[in-house]
Design a protein around this ligand. Structure first.
Ligand code: SIN
Length: 529
């Protein structure tokens, strides 16, 4: 049977802030098909608590935001990109406000109420209490649904991009409800699939964050960059049942303190900025305290603040912790670090263009050099917004000048059969995530990385065999992407003979004199040391 063929000017894969904002803007210039593998709102954006960093106050300046971003980025930020994105901050806030996001205002002066987070020298985080991402996501979904030129396809999972001669023409997409693989052709294809936190066992990310865009782009020959830089958020709620719940850094911005198992504060001995030191330093300090004491978690305490302030400023965190049996207004919260954000991704310019024609990457999927080796809190929603706006403009020009077309051939399932052993997939998934957290986590070493490479390499070969032998399922598609991204993270971590930002290797504990990006492209891979 011939599988269905859908045509549009733009194909967008993913429905977080980047994918939706791109679609809304690009729809002014052409038709958009947006596919997302779960429901529209299931995205990392929806979970973002802290907010979006931008210079909107007279007490702040672009120069200060630029300096902070570069200092926290551990020598790897691209200064021209930082300048361009930081100075676009006010434009982004205007755009999001116009689309219906109501950032909190300071009741007395009516100016924006600005939060403080690690690395920022000024209060500059615009927020909607502690559910900023949720409000942004819902506002954008509402707007996208109103636009006739946008078709939204939920439960549609991209399997592979279709490329010929270094040019992408669209993608094969699995309709999760019917099990059929359909063809989506487009003049410009945009990857906005988010990050890959699910490659690790402990993460703040939603289930959908399986690195799909990075894996698909790499398979068609796009360059990937700096994937060894995985940011671990210092404070996820430690609870046997409530998984992946973030306790926002904004609590530390309001004075919350980290305490060891014996109740004493430990951050001042690690960094002069204590709890508001850059994230890599706080996460490593907690890791060190956990290993030193043998404890399973540390504590985060905000109970000394006025209870009504805490409930008003952090309503979602207050309610979720209460469900977990912790009243944050009168007792400390048990917390552990977990994988949170990929600084690396598909290499793009400031307009989201990859080095494969017709292929764009935006949001956490992309790597522009903005975050360097360590992202400053709340800079990611800023980057995702600027990239989406820039990419919409550039892709619209691209489709106008495009005379190329290529009919994607029908999907060929070959003689794949139904697997009778689907449970094996979940075992492999679990194995990869454990290997990554044990050997490629906050503290790495050469031995651990080699061990990870050998084990993951073995699993990758098995998973590939599954992919060719059996009919594809959503789990298999994700597993194939997860193992591909895990292999890339390990490869790139082995290529970096130094410690810098979020990448710490005990065998090379110091940064080298020269900060360079790590890049890989299929078929052009240097031999790691
Ligand atoms: C947080 O609220 O701590 C997360 C903010 C971020 O990762 O940018």
């Amino acid at each position: 049977m011939m599988n269905k063929l859908y045509k549009s000017d733009f194909l967008v894969i993913g429905s977080g802030l980047a994918g939706l904002l791109f679609s809304i803007k690009a729809s002014e210039h052409g038709s958009v098909n947006l596919v997302t593998k779960s429901t529209l709102a299931e995205s990392s954006t929806y979970r973002a608590q802290g907010g979006i960093a931008a210079v909107v106050s007279n007490e702040d300046s672009f120069e200060a935001h630029i300096d902070d971003t570069i200092r926290v980025g551990a020598g790897l930020c691209h200064p021209d990109v930082v300048r361009s994105f930081v100075t676009s901050g006010p434009r982004v806030i205007d755009e999001l406000t116009r689309l219906g996001v109501e950032f909190c205002r300071n009741t007395s002066e009516h100016a924006y109420d600005l939060g403080l987070e690690g690395g920022h020298s000024k209060r500059r985080v615009l927020h909607v209490k502690d559910h900023t991402g949720q409000d942004i996501e819902l506002a954008l979904i509402t707007r996208a649904k109103e636009i006739e030129n946008i078709n939204l396809y939920e439960n549609h999972m991209a399997v592979n991009l279709f490329a010929r001669n270094n040019r992408v023409y669209g993608a094969y997409v699995l309709d999760v409800n019917t099990g059929e693989v359909e063809r989506y052709t487009a003049k410009a294809t945009v990857l906005a699939t988010g990050g890959a936190g699910r490659v690790f066992l402990y993460t703040s990310n939603p289930d959908v964050a399986t690195g799909d865009g990075i894996a698909m782009a790499y398979r068609v020959g796009a360059t990937v960059m700096n994937l060894e830089f995985v940011q671990f958020h210092p404070t996820l709620l430690y609870h046997p049942k409530i998984r992946s719940f973030l306790i926002s850094e904004a609590l530390r911005g309001e004075g919350a303190q980290l305490l060891g198992p014996d109740g004493t504060r430990f951050m001042p001995k690690y960094h002069p900025d204590a709890e508001l030191a850059p994230r890599d330093i706080v996460a490593r300090a907690i890791d060190h305290e956990l290993k030193r004491t043998g404890a399973e978690h540390v504590w985060l305490d905000i109970s000394f603040k006025d209870a009504s302030f805490v409930k008003e400023r952090f309503p979602a965190i207050y309610k979720t912790c209460l469900k977990a049996g912790v009243d944050i207004t009168c007792e400390p919260i048990p917390v552990v670090p977990g994988a949170h954000y990929m600084m690396g991704g598909v290499r793009v310019d400031i307009n989201g263009q990859t080095d494969v024609k017709g292929l764009f990457a935006i949001g956490e999927t992309a790597c522009t050099g903005f975050h360097g080796g360590n992202r400053m809190a709340s800079n990611s929603l800023l980057e995702a917004s600027v990239l989406a706006l820039n990419a919409a403009e550039t892709a619209s020009k691209f489709i106008n000048g495009d005379t190329n077309s290529y009919e994607i051939p029908p999907w060929d399932p070959m003689d794949a059969s139904d697997s009778d052993e689907l449970v094996v997939l979940s075992h492999m998934w679990d194995e990869i995530r454990r290997i990554m957290v044990n050997y490629v986590g906050i503290v790495r070493s050469n031995k651990r990385l080699i061990r990870a490479r050998n084990r993951i390499g073995f699993l990758a070969r098995e998973i590939n065999q599954f992919y060719w032998d059996f009919k594809i399922t959503p789990d298999l598609v994700e597993l194939r992407n997860i193992v591909a991204v895990a292999e890339l993270i390990v490869k790139m971590a082995r290529m970096r003979s130094e410690s810098r930002g979020a990448h710490f290797n005990k065998d090379y504990p110091n940064p080298s004199d020269q900060a360079v990006d790590t890049v890989l492209r299929k078929g052009y891979e240097p031999v790691p040391n």
